[in-house]
Design a protein around this ligand. Sequence first.
Ligand SMILES: [Zn+2]
Length: 220
Amino acid sequence: MKEIIEGFLKFQRDVFPERAALFKKLATSQSPTALFVTCSDSRFVPEMVTQREPGDIFVIRNAGNIVPSYGGEPGGVSATVEYAVAVLGVTDIVICGHSDCGAMTAIATHKDIKHLPAVAGWLRHADAAAAINDAHEHASPAEALDSMVRENVIAQITNIRTHPSVALGLTNGTLNLHGWIYDIETGSMLALNWESRCFVPLSEFSETCATPAMSPDRLR
Ligand SMILES: [Zn+2]
């Protein structure tokens, strides 16, 4: 904790004065362009990896970059999605998984997590991905994990589309979805092409998008 406090003191002393104009502008309003949903894992820092400034991206972080389907009693994730889309008017939502994810490892390896009831309950929101992953053959445990990470991003893109604000934004053509996977060791990013369900390098295919194609009669 000492390092964290010292870091804050350094920020206050050295960094904040240099960025005072930005923080003054941000003091009373924000207009982030994207909602970024990612894992709580300490090794992935979305603002660093996307080179965004304070005020640029609205972030949800949780174990496994999960977005529960809409319905029942809405929780914090649902409320934050709704606020980002309906109030802040973000035009893009990124759901970003990552390599070596502990949550996805627990699912892929059928780890006994009965002693972690909150985690076990939370990861049920990835059951569709787990079912698909279990139905496939995997050459190795590492491949099974990578596959689970991919299936989970696809499942969470599916889940977020059940949220009314997201469904409306997609129908109106005002919202785009992106499914990404970050590799911690290489710093590379894969992006989901929704139509093919394939992940491709974002550096080579920067237009790759996970927005489902709308039938022509739904576009206006
Ligand atoms: Zn993770």
